[in-house]
Design a protein around this ligand. Structure first.
Ligand code: DNO
Ligand code: MN
Length: 357
């Protein structure tokens, strides 16, 4: 297991590499080139420059989060072939820089969605939360809601400059159901996995967050069943998962430790996002500290499922609370994620000493 932290890059992240370096037991970061428009090739020089910046800080960059997928690929329109070709080149370039895992997602239009980016908890911290009744049916209305409480940050996919494009995108998705979306994912994977095998870079899809369809858009990565469909779309170890406990766990029907055991034993979990959430009711949850007793997920059982199945991949804490007055991208402050790392490393040490392999 290698413990890492997500880092959005200089200027895009309030956290600095030297700060990450000082968290005990962190070997590297999950890096990104946020400014490259989705669908374009990531140039070798840019990747190499990022890698050397990270290495100079004493950290590794073996994971990328994320190389996003152009909506034309998810929609399955003719222009997808060029975007897929570009993706193949990006994989080769990342492989040359020693990247081992690419995290991506296949959620139409948006990445994760919340109704509040700064919900106050009793301890005075703020967290991301999702209450279905607060999510406007009209996604364009959603933008106004978000802007009111985002402290200048927006959720991925909800950037103000993207708004114009949103209406059009929704129209395009009208004919795309779960079955078509799955076929489009298969088409994509069939084209990229052979390149991954050559370049020794593993694809790791991130589950839908929350774990159900929103705004009438199809979503296909949110249950044990559809994860199984997915890994079989192209049956290669290079076609794997980012197991995000908070995303899958938002639906209480998903038994997260059991899902981990099954897919980790198959060697298909390459990256784990380990965080806790508190479920308050039907499609109503908020984020909490990583500690088991603060939320609805059993973090010991989650780490044990990884440990027992010989997990060799990367782990990072996921969203944290905003604590100690920190100002940062919602979910991605330094302090609570550092506490998360320390807690997860503590669980792991206990597991290794209780049942040495
Ligand atoms: C939320 C985050 C996600 C993730 C992307 C991967 O749980 O982990 O934003 O980074 O979905 O593409
Ligand atoms: Mn995640």
């Amino acid at each position: 297991m290698k413990m890492i932290l997500r880092w959005f890059g200089e200027g895009d992240d309030s956290v600095a590499l030297w700060q990450i370096r000082q968290i005990p037991g962190v070997s590297g970061i999950a890096g990104a080139l946020q400014d490259i428009p989705v669908g374009e090739v990531w140039p070798q020089e840019r990747i190499d420059a990022l890698k050397s910046q990270v290495n100079q800080a004493g950290l590794e960059m073996e994971v990328i989060e994320s190389v996003n997928i152009h909506d034309d690929i998810k929609l399955g329109v003719a222009s997808r072939d060029q975007y897929i070709e570009n993706y193949r080149q990006t994989i080769r370039n990342l492989g040359k820089a020693g990247v081992k895992v690419i995290c991506y997602n296949f959620m139409p239009v948006f990445d994760w969605t919340r109704s509040d980016l700064a919900k106050p908890l009793a301890d005075g911290s703020t967290v991301l939360s999702y209450e279905e009744r607060l999510i406007p049916k009209d996604p364009l209305k959603m933008m106004e809601e978000i802007e009111r409480n985002a402290n200048g940050f927006s959720m991925p996919g909800w950037e103000p400059e993207r708004l114009k494009e949103l209406k059009l995108l929704f129209e395009k998705y009208a004919g795309v159901d779960a079955e078509k979306l799955t076929a489009n994912l298969k088409y994509f994977l069939e084209a990229v996995i052979p390149v991954c095998e050559e370049a020794d870079v593993k694809m790791a899809i991130h589950p839908d967050d929350p774990a159900w369809p929103i705004f009438g858009l199809p979503r296909i990565v949110n249950s044990r069943e559809n994860l199984m469909t997915l890994v079989k779309l192209v049956d290669s170890p290079y076609n794997g998962l980012t197991l995000c406990t908070g995303s899958l766990g938002s639906n209480p029907e998903n038994n997260v430790p059991e899902i981990i055991r099954e897919f980790s034993a198959m060697g298909r979990i390459h990256f784990a996002h380990v965080r806790n959430i508190k479920i308050e009711g039907y499609r109503n949850f908020h984020e909490v500290s990583h500690l088991s007793s603060d939320g609805s997920l059993d973090m010991f059982a989650i780490m044990k499922a990884l440990y027992d199945t010989g997990f060799q991949g990367y782990i990072r804490p996921d969203h944290g609370r905003m604590i100690w007055g920190e100002k940062a991208r919602p979910g991605y402050g330094l302090y609570d994620r550092a506490l998360g790392v320390t807690y997860l490393n503590g669980l792991w040490e206990a597991l290794t000493k209780m049942s040495p392999r």
